[in-house]
Design a protein around this ligand. Structure first.
Ligand code: AMP
Ligand code: MG
Length: 324
C-alpha cells in the first residue's frame, strides 16, 4: 500500500512516497528562495511550484521505482499556509488524483510535522515543541486532537532570529549563523517575557535592534538572544509537561536543529525523568514525505478529513479530529 504526499504550503514544493510501514521510498523537493533580504512573496512561491511540479512528480516516481498505477492514495497539504501556493498545490493534487482515479486525503501541515517526528524518533505521546519560521507552539495530544498549550503572542522565534540576523548582516536563514556566533558570546540582559503558557518576543527584538545600533558585539547579542529565548521556551515546555503529565518532548521545525535549545530542553527533561526527541534534520523542514505518511495514517484509521474547501489557509490544528 503506497501513499504519495504533496507539500506546498510555503517555499517548498515536495513529493514523498511512503508505504504503510512508514518506509520512505521517495523524497523530492524543490525550494523557492526569495530575493536576498526579502521574505517570501506568495505569488512567486506559487509560480515556482507551478514550474517544478511535474518534474518533482516524475523524479519521485522514478526514485521510488513505481508508476502512478501503483499509488493507492494521494495526500496534499491543505493548510495552514499561504493561499497562492496552497491553491496551486491543491489543484495539482486533485487533478492528479482524478486523472488516475485515486482517493485524495487532505492533510494538516502541522500534524504532518508532528507525525513524521513520531515516526522517525519512535516517541509516542510527546509534548511537541514546534518552532519554525511560521510556527511557534507548544502542543500535546489530549482527547481527540492536538491542542495548543502555548503560543507566541507576536512573532515566531524563527522570524525573530532571521530579523536579528538581517540586522547583523548575516546570511539567511539566520538561525544557524546566530548559533555559530553564540558560541563565542557573553550574556547581556534582555527582556524575559513569559505570560502563562505563552511567550512574547517583540520586547527582545526592540532591545536587540538598539544594541546592534549601539555597536554591541555580534557574538554577545547572538548568545544572549539564544539564552533568553530558549530559557523562555524551556520554561513553558516544562509547565506543559507538568500539566499533561507526559514524559516525552519532541522538537520539530527548523529551529529544532539548534544544539543549545536541545541541550537546555535535555537538562530540564532529565530533572523530570522525561526524554527529549529531535526530528532528524533532513525531515525538520517542509517535505512531501510527512504529508504522505500523515495521509496514510488518516486513511488507515478510516479518517476522512473533511474538506469543505480545497485549501484552509488558517486551519487550526485543534480543529482536526485525530488519534495517536
Ligand atoms: P522551517 O520554517 O521549519 O523551515 O524553519 C526555518 C527557520 O528555522 C528559520 O527561521 C531558520 O532561521 C531557523 N533555523 C534553522 N536552523 C536553526 C538553528 N540552528 N538555530 C536556530 N534557528 C534555526
Ligand atoms: Mg513547515
Amino acid at each position: 500500500m503506497l501513499s504519495l504526499g504533496i507539500e506546498g504550503t510555503a517555499h517548498t514544493f515536495g513529493i514523498g512516497i511512503v508505504d504503510d510501514q512508514g518506509n520512505i521510498l521517495a523524497d523530492v523537493r524543490k525550494t523557492y528562495t526569495p530575493p536576498s533580504g526579502k521574505g517570501i512573496i506568495p505569488s512567486e512561491a506559487k509560480k515556482h511550484h507551478e514550474s517544478v511540479a511535474n518534474e518533482v512528480l516524475e523524479e519521485a516516481l522514478k526514485e521510488a521505482g513505481v508508476e502512478m498505477k501503483d499509488i493507492n492514495i494521494i495526500s496534499y497539504s491543505t493548510g495552514p499556509g499561504l493561499p497562492p501556493p496552497l491553491l496551486f498545490t491543491a489543484k495539482f493534487s486533485v487533478e492528479l488524483a482524478k486523472k488516475n482515479s485515486i482517493e485524495i486525503i487532505p492533510v494538516h501541515h502541522g500534524i504532518a510535522h508532528i507525525e513524521i517526528g513520531r515516526l522517525l524518533t519512535k516517541c509516542f505521546d510527546p509534548v511537541v515543541v514546534y518552532l519554525s519560521g511560521g510556527h511557534n507552539a507548544i502542543l500535546a495530544f489530549t482527547g481527540d486532537t492536538y491542542k495548543i498549550f502555548g503560543e507566541t503572542l507576536d512573532v515566531t522565534i524563527g522570524n525573530l532570529f532571521d530579523t536579528v540576523a538581517r540586522e547583523l548582516n548575516l546570511e539567511m536563514p539566520g538561525g544557524p549563523k546566530i548559533e555559530e556566533l553564540a558560541k563565542k558570546g557573553k550574556y547581556i540582559r534582555l527582556p524575559y517575557s513569559v505570560k502563562g503558557m505563552d511567550v512574547s518576543f517583540t520586547g527582545i527584538q526592540t532591545v536587540v535592534s538598539r544594541l546592534i545600533k549601539e555597536g554591541f558585539r555580534k557574538e554577545d547579542i547572538a548568545f544572549s538572544l539564544q539564552e533568553t529565548c530558549f530559557a523562555m521556551l524551556t520554561e513553558v515546555t516544562e509547565r506543559a509537561l507538568a500539566h499533561t503529565e507526559k514524559n516525552e518532548v519532541l522538537l520539530v521545525g527548523g529551529v529544532a536543529a539548534n544544539k543549545r535549545l536541545q541541550e537546555m530542553m535535555d537538562i530540564m527533561c532529565k530533572e523530570r525523568n522525561a526524554k527529549v526527541y529531535v526530528v532528524p534534520m533532513k525531515y525538520a523542514g517542509d517535505n512531501g514525505v510527512m504529508i504522505a505518511w500523515t495521509g496514510m495514517l488518516a486513511y488507515k484509521k478510516g479518517l476522512k478529513l473533511e474538506v469543505k474547501d480545497l485549501i484552509k489557509p488558517k486551519w487550526r490544528i485543534d480543529e482536526v479530529k485525530w488519534f495517536i
